[in-house]
Design a protein around this ligand. Structure first.
Ligand code: ADP
Length: 516
């Protein structure tokens, strides 16, 4: 199949969350199954042009009021065909195309910056991006079977397909560019929701810019309490919709988990499903992790003890094997449960560190109040250390060197860190929600079964109690802890299984589409 991934993020070019990892890993996994996969994304200011190839000529993208002109760059996604292994050699390369538009993307920040957290012109930036995906196909003379859009920034791709592109005359589309008589007639769309909390809700004043008529505003379901909702229109227009874990798919159908889109999702429930993300097992593998001082595996765990020491040293903590280390890597956002952990005067981190014999290390950045509270805590507690910022390298050291990994998410579509933790023999302490519930199995004190520690209701007390339970098990149930580590490490979290499920999803989208 020919698949075009339309996305605002992909590693290693732009990343603000798990979406970026998922798009690149899924693309590589699909390519290794023999599919032809391309990625299209904006060329943000931070993506260095020197390493990219420029396509000849400029490209015009019809938007309301005229054409926007842009340049196209391309490169090959690392980790594909040019890898050294035999398996890699048989893969098709995944080409990444970058849409360059100085006015929209020639600035710092993907969605915003410190002064303007959500750029005012985001509805225009991403409407333009979505439209440019179609022009790109025409320019390169390549028409995909599947347009796979990711999250709200790409949600207009299914809308443009359904309300125009699919039915445009052949003569003024492909033939204008390459003399080919191809079109999007047979193309179907898939929309993946990586996080329902972000929907792209803006004033409908900028709707005109999409070039779609006001009849489409209502038909496609853009309307949202007198505002305009990109994700909602995408959900109602895509041929298939999925999210990134089966349990999160269920939760989003409820009023509590649906972020006001449970209605449209229930309406589309016959076309809606959940597919668990995988992890990149080349990068997140304790046996060949280049960021840790002593790689290790389930057969020989000595390296984990050494890495724990290195982590303690990094944070300036006593280098003791006897004290459990609880690690945390997180966007500091309400979704991640940081209110209950670090909220001034009621958060449980302070009492956890004060009353339990453990060490707590954190890496994260995000909301200013949380950064402030965390700095404050590390000044007051000798066993709580934090680094505010973003560091790929340190995140590997934390995953490998910690004994427990804390992830008290309010909601979690899939979550990557708990899977990294399981792969590294680090026991997750998580809330029983979304993808966390699909990947972690709660410890059963009677049988010793399980791979982590879970709680249902999010509150400062439940975080306190569950960390306390894990620390108690560390000191009193050593055998169970060791067995749980190995159980987690034995689990296959690679993309192979998920990629096959996406192939099934694509097939369903193609076969169920009237006319195909
Ligand atoms: P989300 O996408 O909601 O942020 P995920 O768990 O799905 O949550 O993915 C987050 C990804 O970003 C993980 O790969 C995690 O390790 C990484 N990450 C988050 N914050 C940081 C940070 N401060 N430094 C390094 N990596 C981080």
């Amino acid at each position: 199949m020919k698949i075009l991934m339309c996305t605002s993020e992909a590693v290693p070019y732009a990343k603000t969350g798990g979406l970026a990892d998922a798009v690149s890993s899924l693309s590589l996994a699909l390519a290794s199954l023999g599919h032809e996969v391309k990625i299209v994304m904006p060329r943000y200011y931070s993506v260095n042009r020197d390493t990219l190839k420029k396509l000849e000529g400029a490209m015009g993208v019809p938007m309301a009021g005229g054409e926007e002109w842009c340049a196209i760059y391309s490169t090959e996604l690392p980790g594909g065909k040019s890898g050294k292994s035999e398996k890699a050699a048989s893969k098709k390369p995944v080409l990444v195309y970058f849409i360059e538009h100085e006015g929209f993307f020639g600035r710092d920040g993907v969605y915003g910056n410190a002064f303007e957290p959500d750029f005012l012109d985001n509805p225009r930036r991403f409407a333009f991006f979505c439209r440019s995906c179609f022009q790109l196909c025409r320019k390169i003379g390549w028409f995909p079977d599947i347009l796979h859009a990711h999250d709200w920034p790409a949600a207009l791709v299914p809308v443009f397909l359904r309300y125009g592109e699919k039915y445009r005359s052949h003569h003024n589309t492909a033939s204008d560019f390459n003399g080919q008589n191809e079109s999007f007639e047979k193309t179907v769309s898939v929309l993946t929701i990586h996080n329902l909390g972000y929907q792209g809700i803006y004033s409908k004043d900028s709707f005109y810019y999409t070039g779609l008529g006001w009849d489409v505003f209502y038909q496609a379901g853009f309307d949202d309490w007198n505002m305009m909702n990109y994700l909602k229109a995408g959900i109602l227009s895509a041929d298939r919709i999925n999210t990134v874990s089966p349990n999160y798919a269920r939760e989003t159908l409820s009023q509590e988990g649906g972020f006001r889109l449970d209605g449209p999702l229930r309406y589309r429930s016959d076309a809606y499903s959940g597919i668990l993300n995988g992890i990149d097992t080349e990068v997140w593998n304790p046996a060949k992790d280049k960021y840790i001082p002593a790689p290790y595996s389930a057969e020989d765990m000595k390296g984990k003890a050494k890495t724990k020491k290195a982590l303690q040293k990094y944070y300036g903590l006593p280098e003791s094997a006897k004290v459990p280390v609880v690690g945390m890597i997180s966007r500091l956002a309400e979704q991640k449960g940081i209110g209950d952990l670090f909220g001034p005067s009621f958060g449980s981190a302070f009492s956890i560190c004060l009353s339990m014999n453990l060490q707590f290390v954190l890496l994260g950045s995000g909301e200013a109040w949380a950064e402030h509270e965390i700095r404050n805590l590390s000044g007051r507690l000798s066993n709580f250390k934090a680094e505010i910022g973003y560091s790929e390298e340190l995140s590997h050291l934390i995953e490998a060197g910690s004994d427990f990994f804390l992830m008290p998410s309010r909601y979690e579509p899939c979550g990557l860190n708990q899977m990294y933790s399981l792969a590294y023999g680090t026991l997750p302490i998580v809330r029983n929600t979304g993808g966390l519930a699909d990947t972690v199995q709660n410890y059963d004190q009677k049988t010793g079964e399980g791979t982590g520690f879970m709680f249902d209701y999010l509150s400062p007390n439940s975080i306190y109690d569950t960390v306390g339970w894990a620390v108690w098990a560390w000191y009193n149930k050593k055998k169970d802890i060791d067995a749980m580590r190995l159980r987690g490490m034995a689990h296959d979290f690679s993309w192979n299984k998920s990629a096959l499920q996406y192939v099934e999803l694509y097939k369903k989208a193609i076969s169920q589409k009237p006319g195909n």
